[in-house]
Design a protein around this ligand. Structure first.
Ligand SMILES: Cc1ncc(C[n+]2csc(CCOP(=O)(O)OP(=O)(O)O)c2C)c(N)n1
Ligand SMILES: [Mg+2]
Length: 543
C-alpha cells in the first residue's frame, strides 16, 4: 500500500480538498500562459508534478545549467517570463552560472526550487537547502520561501510581476515538499504594467541636444531588441542621419548591419571606443550601458566635444554612467517620445558609409580553413530570417564581419561572459519560435559546458543547426594572453583541447552529426543541415 497521505486519501475515495497549493499554482501559471516548465526533478519536486495536467509541457534538461539556459532562450524568444523548476540547493548550485547570465541578460525567469518538507526541516534533512533565499543572491531580483504553505501561490504571482519589471531578471521561490497538498486559495492574474515613459523635461533636453547635433552617433544595445524597439530606432537614426554603432558586448541585435547608417561594433575598451566615436558631437546610447568594459582603460569615456545622452531601462546602469544625461525609461516608449517631436528643420548630411566587408579566402592546400571562410560560407547558404545563437568568444569579431545580422529577433548571445549558456539557449529559442530555423554557433570549448542540451534538442526534434568551430583550443584566452603580459610565444596553461569528438558526443545523445574539414564539402553539408527538420551538429575543423 502506498504510504503517502494523499495516495491513501485517493485510494480510500476521500474527497480532495477543493483547492490545494498545487491546483492554485497550476491555475496561476495557466492564466499567465506559462504552461511550459523547464526542469530537472528530484524527490522534493515529485509532489509538485503529481496529476500533471495535459495542457502543460515539462521540458527536461539533463543538468541544471541546461535547464536555465533553455528557459532563458525561451523567455527571450517569447518576450514572456519562463518558469523553471530546480531541485533544492544542489540544483540551484548547478544552475548558478546560467542564473548569473539570465540576470545580466535581463531575462525574466521564475525559478522554483524544491525544499525539504517543513516538518523535518528542524533536523537538517537529506538534500535540504539551509538558506534557500540567500543561495542565489545577488543574481536574483527577489527570493522567498513563503512563511506558510497557503502563501505559495501569491508568492509566485508576485515573483512573476517582479521578474517582468524592467530591468527584467530571475526570481526564486523555495517551496517545501509538503506544501503542495495543503489547502490554498486561487490567485487570479492582474494587469501589472511596469513600462515607464521618460521624464518629459529630461526627454526634451535629450531631444533638443539631438536636434542641435550636426554629427550624431547612436550606440544601440540589447535593450533595443529586447523591448521591441528595432523599427523605432531605425526611424530615429534615419531622421537624424546618425551613424549607428552596436554597443560593446551587446547580447542582442539592435540595427540592420547592412544599412547605410550602420557604423560597426564598439570594442569593450575605453580608449578604442573614444577613438572610434571621435568627431561626433552627440552620442545617444539606446538600451546600452555607456560603456561595458572588459579591460582596464584610462582617460575620458567619450571624445572631446561630444555630449553623452542615454535611454536606459535600468536605474542602476543610469546611476553608474560616468558622464552625460540619462533617462530611465522603457526603450521603446523613450524612442517613440523622441519620434513624436518635430523632425529637425534642416536635414543632416549623410555620413560616410562603412567600408565594404572583406572577403575571406579559402585555405591554401594542406591547411585548415579559417573561421572567416567557414562563417562566410554559412552566411551564403543561410536565410536572413534564420536565428543565430552564438557562444564562440574567439570568433565573435570574425562573425561580425562575415555573418551580418539584418533583422530584429535574429541574434542572441549572453551578456555575462559566462560560458555554458549558448547551446541550451539555442534549444529554448527554437522552442519559443516554432517554425524558425536556429543556427547555434559555438566554440569547441564553450559547447562543453552544457553539452547535454543536444539530448534535449534531439528529444524535442527541433530544427537547430549546431555549428561547432573546432580549433582544439581556448583561442580567446590564448589571443588575450599578451594583454596580461605573456610573451608572444608563451601559451597560457589549460588552454589546449585535444581529442574532443563532437560527432560522437552528439550521436551518443541521439543527435545527427557530421564532421567537415574540406572546404569542398562545407557548403553542401551546411545546406543539408539547414534543411533538416530535426537537429544536426556540424563539427568544422578550423585553424
Ligand atoms: C564559465 C566560464 N568559464 C571560463 C571562462 C573563460 N573563458 C573565456 S573564453 C574561453 C574559451 C572559449 O573557448 P572556445 O569556445 O573554444 O572558443 P575560442 O576561444 O576557441 O574561439 C574561456 C575558457 C568563461 N568565460 N566562463
Ligand atoms: Mg576553441
Amino acid at each position: 500500500m502506498n504510504s503517502h497521505p494523499a495516495a491513501q486519501a485517493r485510494q480510500a475515495g476521500a474527497p480532495q480538498a477543493a483547492t490545494t497549493v498545487r491546483t492554485a499554482v497550476l491555475h496561476l501559471l495557466r492564466s499567465f500562459g506559462m504552461t511550459t516548465i523547464f526542469g530537472n526533478p528530484g524527490s522534493t519536486e515529485l509532489p509538485m508534478f503529481r496529476d500533471f495536467p495535459a495542457d502543460f509541457r515539462y521540458v527536461l534538461g539533463l543538468q541544471e545549467a541546461v535547464v536555465v539556459g533553455m528557459a532563458d532562450g525561451y523567455a527571450q524568444a517569447t518576450r514572456r517570463p519562463a518558469i523553471v523548476n530546480l531541485h533544492s540547493a544542489a540544483g540551484v548550485g548547478n544552475a548558478m552560472g546560467n542564473i548569473f547570465t539570465a540576470y545580466m541578460n535581463r531575462t525574466p525567469l521564475v525559478i522554483t526550487a524544491g525544499q525539504q518538507a517543513r516538518s523535518i526541516l528542524p533536523f537538517d534533512p537529506f538534500l535540504y537547502s539551509a538558506q534557500p533565499t540567500e543561495l542565489p543572491k545577488p543574481y536574483v531580483k527577489w527570493s522567498i520561501e513563503p512563511a506558510r504553505a497557503q502563501d505559495v501561490p501569491l508568492a509566485l504571482a508576485r515573483a512573476c510581476y517582479i521578474a517582468m519589471q524592467p530591468p527584467c531578471g530571475p526570481v526564486l521561490v523555495s517551496i517545501p515538499a509538503d506544501d503542495w497538498d495543503q489547502p490554498a486559495e486561487l490567485v487570479e492574474p492582474r494587469v501589472v504594467s511596469s513600462a515607464i515613459r521618460p521624464e518629459p523635461a529630461v526627454l526634451q533636453r535629450i531631444g533638443d541636444a539631438l536636434d542641435a547635433s550636426r554629427k550624431a552617433a547612436f550606440v544601440v544595445g540589447a535593450g533595443v531588441d529586447r523591448d521591441g524597439a528595432w523599427d523605432e530606432v531605425l526611424q530615429l537614426a534615419e531622421r537624424h542621419r546618425a551613424r549607428v554603432w552596436v554597443a560593446p558586448m551587446s547580447a542582442r541585435c539592435g540595427f540592420a548591419e547592412d544599412h547605410p547608417l550602420f557604423a560597426g561594433f564598439l570594442p569593450a575598451m575605453r580608449e578604442k571606443i573614444v577613438g572610434l566615436l571621435g568627431g561626433h558631437d552627440l552620442i545617444l546610447a539606446i538600451g546600452a550601458p555607456a560603456f561595458a568594459y572588459h579591460v582596464e582603460g584610462s582617460g575620458p569615456h567619450v571624445p572631446d566635444g561630444a555630449t553623452l545622452c542615454q535611454l536606459i531601462d535600468d536605474p542602476q546602469t543610469a546611476a553608474w554612467t560616468p558622464v552625460g544625461m540619462s533617462a530611465v525609461c522603457s526603450i521603446r516608449l523613450g524612442v517613440q517620445d523622441l519620434l513624436a517631436r518635430a523632425a529637425p528643420a534642416i536635414p543632416r548630411e549623410l555620413p560616410p558609409r562603412r567600408p565594404a566587408r572583406p572577403r575571406a579566402e579559402p585555405p591554401v592546400a594542406g591547411e585548415r580553413m579559417s573561421v572567416a571562410f567557414a562563417l562566410q560560407t554559412l552566411h551564403e547558404v543561410r536565410d536572413q530570417r534564420d536565428i543565430v545563437v552564438e557562444e564562440a568568444p574567439g570568433a565573435r569579431s570574425v562573425m561580425q564581419e562575415h555573418l551580418p545580422i539584418t533583422r530584429s529577433d535574429t541574434f542572441y548571445t549572453m551578456a555575462s561572459g559566462g560560458l555554458g549558456w549558448g547551446l541550451p539557449a539555442a534549444v529554448g529559442v527554437a522552442l519559443g519560435k516554432p517554425g524558425a530555423r536556429v543556427i547555434n554557433l559555438m566554440g569547441d570549448g564553450s559547447s562543453m559546458y552544457s553539452i547535454q542540451a543536444l539530448w534535449s534538442a534531439a528529444q524535442l526534434k527541433l530544427p537547430i543547426t549546431f555549428v561547432i568551430l573546432k580549433n582544439r583550443r581556448y583561442a580567446a584566452l590564448q589571443d588575450f594572453a599578451p594583454v596580461f603580459g605573456y610573451a608572444p610565444d608563451e601559451k597560457p596553461q589549460g588552454t589546449d583541447l585535444p581529442e574532443l569528438d563532437f560527432v560522437a558526443l552528439a550521436r551518443g545523445q541521439g543527435c545527427t552529426a557530421v564532421h567537415v574539414e574540406r572546404t569542398a564539402d562545407l557548403r553542401d553539408v551546411l545546406t543539408q543541415a539547414l534543411r533538416s527538420t530535426g537537429p544536426v551538429l556540424v563539427e568544422i575543423e578550423v585553424q
